[in-house]
Design a protein around this ligand. Structure first.
Ligand code: HEC
Length: 196
Protein backbone atom coordinates (compact mmCIF):
# COMPACT_ATOMS: atom_id res chain seq x y z
CA UNK A 1 0.00 0.00 0.00
CA UNK A 2 1.41 3.38 -0.85
CA UNK A 3 0.89 6.65 0.92
CA UNK A 4 -2.74 6.64 0.04
CA UNK A 5 -4.30 7.73 3.30
CA UNK A 6 -4.03 11.47 3.51
CA UNK A 7 -6.03 14.36 4.81
CA UNK A 8 -5.60 18.09 4.73
CA UNK A 9 -5.96 20.26 7.80
CA UNK A 10 -7.52 23.48 6.66
CA UNK A 11 -7.58 26.84 8.30
CA UNK A 12 -11.04 27.81 9.51
CA UNK A 13 -12.57 30.38 7.19
CA UNK A 14 -14.66 33.30 8.41
CA UNK A 15 -17.68 31.75 6.72
CA UNK A 16 -16.81 28.24 7.76
CA UNK A 17 -17.48 26.96 4.24
CA UNK A 18 -14.44 27.80 2.15
CA UNK A 19 -12.22 24.77 1.67
CA UNK A 20 -8.95 25.29 -0.15
CA UNK A 21 -7.41 21.86 -0.40
CA UNK A 22 -8.47 18.26 -0.30
CA UNK A 23 -7.22 14.80 0.38
CA UNK A 24 -7.26 12.15 -2.27
CA UNK A 25 -8.03 8.67 -1.07
CA UNK A 26 -6.88 6.40 -3.83
CA UNK A 27 -7.46 3.11 -2.12
CA UNK A 28 -11.12 3.79 -1.49
CA UNK A 29 -11.66 4.37 -5.19
CA UNK A 30 -10.38 0.91 -5.91
CA UNK A 31 -7.17 1.90 -7.68
CA UNK A 32 -4.33 1.10 -7.85
CA UNK A 33 -4.85 -2.65 -7.41
CA UNK A 34 -3.41 -4.13 -4.18
CA UNK A 35 -0.46 -5.85 -5.83
CA UNK A 36 0.78 -2.58 -7.31
CA UNK A 37 2.48 -1.40 -4.13
CA UNK A 38 4.03 -4.80 -3.55
CA UNK A 39 5.65 -5.27 -6.94
CA UNK A 40 9.42 -5.54 -7.12
CA UNK A 41 11.06 -2.21 -7.80
CA UNK A 42 8.39 -0.35 -5.94
CA UNK A 43 10.05 -1.02 -2.59
CA UNK A 44 12.56 1.42 -1.19
CA UNK A 45 15.80 -0.60 -1.08
CA UNK A 46 17.19 1.67 1.65
CA UNK A 47 14.46 0.55 4.04
CA UNK A 48 14.92 -2.72 5.92
CA UNK A 49 12.02 -5.10 6.35
CA UNK A 50 13.92 -7.28 8.83
CA UNK A 51 11.45 -6.27 11.52
CA UNK A 52 8.46 -7.86 9.80
CA UNK A 53 8.86 -11.54 10.90
CA UNK A 54 9.37 -10.44 14.52
CA UNK A 55 6.33 -8.19 14.40
CA UNK A 56 4.13 -10.95 12.95
CA UNK A 57 5.46 -13.39 15.53
CA UNK A 58 4.66 -10.93 18.27
CA UNK A 59 1.13 -10.34 16.97
CA UNK A 60 0.49 -14.09 16.90
CA UNK A 61 1.70 -14.44 20.48
CA UNK A 62 -0.80 -11.75 21.46
CA UNK A 63 -3.61 -14.23 20.74
CA UNK A 64 -2.97 -15.59 24.23
CA UNK A 65 -4.58 -12.45 25.62
CA UNK A 66 -8.31 -12.75 25.12
CA UNK A 67 -10.63 -9.75 25.10
CA UNK A 68 -13.81 -9.95 27.11
CA UNK A 69 -15.45 -7.35 24.86
CA UNK A 70 -16.85 -8.12 21.42
CA UNK A 71 -18.72 -5.97 18.94
CA UNK A 72 -17.92 -3.53 16.19
CA UNK A 73 -17.87 0.22 15.65
CA UNK A 74 -20.54 2.17 13.84
CA UNK A 75 -19.75 2.47 10.13
CA UNK A 76 -21.54 4.89 7.80
CA UNK A 77 -23.24 3.46 4.70
CA UNK A 78 -21.14 5.65 2.44
CA UNK A 79 -18.04 7.82 2.54
CA UNK A 80 -19.21 10.78 0.45
CA UNK A 81 -17.19 12.19 -2.40
CA UNK A 82 -16.50 15.22 -0.22
CA UNK A 83 -16.65 15.14 3.55
CA UNK A 84 -15.73 18.07 5.78
CA UNK A 85 -15.44 17.59 9.53
CA UNK A 86 -14.55 20.05 12.26
CA UNK A 87 -11.93 19.67 14.92
CA UNK A 88 -10.31 22.03 17.41
CA UNK A 89 -7.89 23.38 14.77
CA UNK A 90 -10.40 23.97 11.97
CA UNK A 91 -11.77 21.71 9.25
CA UNK A 92 -10.60 18.31 8.08
CA UNK A 93 -11.66 17.42 4.55
CA UNK A 94 -11.61 14.21 2.56
CA UNK A 95 -12.13 14.24 -1.19
CA UNK A 96 -12.22 11.24 -3.50
CA UNK A 97 -12.08 11.94 -7.21
CA UNK A 98 -14.49 9.18 -8.24
CA UNK A 99 -17.82 8.65 -6.59
CA UNK A 100 -18.86 8.05 -3.00
CA UNK A 101 -17.57 4.80 -1.49
CA UNK A 102 -20.22 2.30 -0.49
CA UNK A 103 -18.72 0.84 2.65
CA UNK A 104 -20.58 -2.49 2.36
CA UNK A 105 -18.70 -3.15 -0.91
CA UNK A 106 -15.21 -2.28 0.30
CA UNK A 107 -12.79 -4.53 2.19
CA UNK A 108 -11.50 -1.58 4.19
CA UNK A 109 -14.74 -1.61 6.17
CA UNK A 110 -15.07 -5.39 6.55
CA UNK A 111 -14.40 -7.30 9.71
CA UNK A 112 -11.68 -9.69 8.61
CA UNK A 113 -10.63 -11.03 11.98
CA UNK A 114 -12.12 -12.07 15.28
CA UNK A 115 -11.92 -8.97 17.45
CA UNK A 116 -14.48 -6.74 15.74
CA UNK A 117 -11.91 -4.51 14.12
CA UNK A 118 -11.79 -3.28 10.56
CA UNK A 119 -9.33 -0.88 8.94
CA UNK A 120 -11.97 1.78 9.65
CA UNK A 121 -11.57 1.14 13.39
CA UNK A 122 -8.35 3.13 13.29
CA UNK A 123 -8.62 5.11 10.08
CA UNK A 124 -11.59 7.48 10.02
CA UNK A 125 -12.15 10.66 8.00
CA UNK A 126 -12.88 13.00 10.89
CA UNK A 127 -9.41 12.19 12.26
CA UNK A 128 -7.59 12.71 8.94
CA UNK A 129 -7.76 8.89 8.45
CA UNK A 130 -5.56 8.24 11.47
CA UNK A 131 -6.07 8.06 15.26
CA UNK A 132 -6.17 11.02 17.59
CA UNK A 133 -6.07 10.88 21.37
CA UNK A 134 -9.18 13.08 21.49
CA UNK A 135 -11.23 10.66 19.38
CA UNK A 136 -9.87 7.62 21.24
CA UNK A 137 -10.97 9.26 24.47
CA UNK A 138 -14.41 10.10 23.09
CA UNK A 139 -14.86 6.54 21.85
CA UNK A 140 -13.75 5.10 25.19
CA UNK A 141 -16.25 7.28 27.04
CA UNK A 142 -19.11 6.59 24.61
CA UNK A 143 -18.65 2.82 24.66
CA UNK A 144 -17.43 2.28 28.20
CA UNK A 145 -14.22 0.95 26.64
CA UNK A 146 -16.00 -1.72 24.56
CA UNK A 147 -15.32 -0.11 21.14
CA UNK A 148 -13.00 -2.45 19.13
CA UNK A 149 -10.28 0.19 19.18
CA UNK A 150 -9.68 -1.00 22.74
CA UNK A 151 -8.26 -4.49 22.30
CA UNK A 152 -5.40 -6.02 24.24
CA UNK A 153 -3.46 -7.08 21.14
CA UNK A 154 -2.08 -3.59 20.55
CA UNK A 155 -4.37 -1.05 22.19
CA UNK A 156 -3.44 -1.65 25.83
CA UNK A 157 -0.11 -0.43 27.18
CA UNK A 158 0.56 -4.07 28.12
CA UNK A 159 -1.47 -7.05 26.78
CA UNK A 160 -1.71 -8.62 30.24
CA UNK A 161 -3.01 -5.42 31.85
CA UNK A 162 -5.90 -5.60 34.28
CA UNK A 163 -9.11 -4.59 32.49
CA UNK A 164 -11.55 -6.04 35.02
CA UNK A 165 -13.03 -2.72 36.17
CA UNK A 166 -13.78 0.52 34.29
CA UNK A 167 -11.02 2.32 36.22
CA UNK A 168 -8.46 -0.44 35.53
CA UNK A 169 -9.44 -0.46 31.89
CA UNK A 170 -8.97 3.27 31.49
CA UNK A 171 -5.53 2.89 33.03
CA UNK A 172 -4.71 -0.07 30.75
CA UNK A 173 -5.57 1.98 27.65
CA UNK A 174 -4.11 5.26 28.90
CA UNK A 175 -1.45 5.51 26.16
CA UNK A 176 -4.16 5.21 23.52
CA UNK A 177 -6.57 7.55 25.30
CA UNK A 178 -4.00 10.18 26.28
CA UNK A 179 -1.53 9.95 23.38
CA UNK A 180 -3.31 8.12 20.55
CA UNK A 181 -0.69 5.35 20.60
CA UNK A 182 -1.04 1.84 19.15
CA UNK A 183 1.62 -0.65 20.27
CA UNK A 184 3.71 -2.46 17.65
CA UNK A 185 5.96 -5.38 18.64
CA UNK A 186 9.37 -5.20 16.98
CA UNK A 187 12.22 -7.53 17.88
CA UNK A 188 15.23 -5.63 19.18
CA UNK A 189 18.31 -6.46 17.13
CA UNK A 190 21.41 -8.12 18.65
CA UNK A 191 23.17 -4.75 18.68
CA UNK A 192 20.46 -3.29 20.91
CA UNK A 193 20.20 -6.36 23.15
CA UNK A 194 23.96 -6.33 23.78
CA UNK A 195 23.75 -2.84 25.22
CA UNK A 196 21.07 -3.77 27.79
C1 HEC B 1 -5.39 -0.94 15.57
C2 HEC B 1 -5.44 0.19 14.72
C3 HEC B 1 -5.23 0.01 13.23
C4 HEC B 1 -5.91 -0.80 12.38
C5 HEC B 1 -7.04 -1.79 12.72
C6 HEC B 1 -5.38 -0.54 11.07
N1 HEC B 1 -4.42 0.42 11.13
FE1 HEC B 1 -3.42 1.24 9.57
N2 HEC B 1 -2.28 2.32 10.86
C7 HEC B 1 -2.48 2.39 12.22
C8 HEC B 1 -1.51 3.29 12.78
C9 HEC B 1 -1.42 3.65 14.27
C10 HEC B 1 -0.73 3.75 11.72
C11 HEC B 1 0.44 4.74 11.79
C12 HEC B 1 -0.08 6.12 11.96
C13 HEC B 1 -0.83 6.55 10.76
O1 HEC B 1 -0.23 6.71 9.68
O2 HEC B 1 -2.07 6.70 10.86
C14 HEC B 1 -1.25 3.14 10.51
C15 HEC B 1 -0.77 3.37 9.24
C16 HEC B 1 -1.35 2.90 8.08
C17 HEC B 1 -0.94 3.27 6.76
C18 HEC B 1 0.20 4.18 6.42
C19 HEC B 1 -0.34 5.60 6.31
C20 HEC B 1 0.77 6.56 5.92
O3 HEC B 1 0.47 7.76 5.92
O4 HEC B 1 1.90 6.15 5.67
C21 HEC B 1 -1.75 2.60 5.89
C22 HEC B 1 -1.72 2.67 4.38
C23 HEC B 1 -2.67 1.80 6.69
N3 HEC B 1 -2.40 2.02 8.03
C24 HEC B 1 -3.65 0.99 6.16
C25 HEC B 1 -4.43 0.13 6.93
C26 HEC B 1 -5.30 -0.89 6.39
C27 HEC B 1 -5.50 -1.16 4.89
C28 HEC B 1 -5.89 -1.50 7.43
C29 HEC B 1 -6.85 -2.67 7.42
C30 HEC B 1 -6.37 -3.88 6.80
C31 HEC B 1 -5.39 -0.85 8.65
N4 HEC B 1 -4.52 0.12 8.29
C32 HEC B 1 -5.82 -1.19 9.93
C33 HEC B 1 -3.43 1.73 12.93
C34 HEC B 1 -4.29 0.78 12.44
Amino acid sequence: MNKAVRAAYLRPSPLGISVSGFAVICFLSGSPPPEFAQSVGNIDSTKSRDWVPGAIDHAQNMRLFKDADQGSQATPNIIPKLEVDCDASGNVATFQPGVATVTAHNAFFKNMGTNGRTCFTCHQPQDGWTISAASARARFDASGGKDPLFRLVDGASCPSADVSTPEAKRQAYSLLIDKGLIRIGITAGAAVLNTL
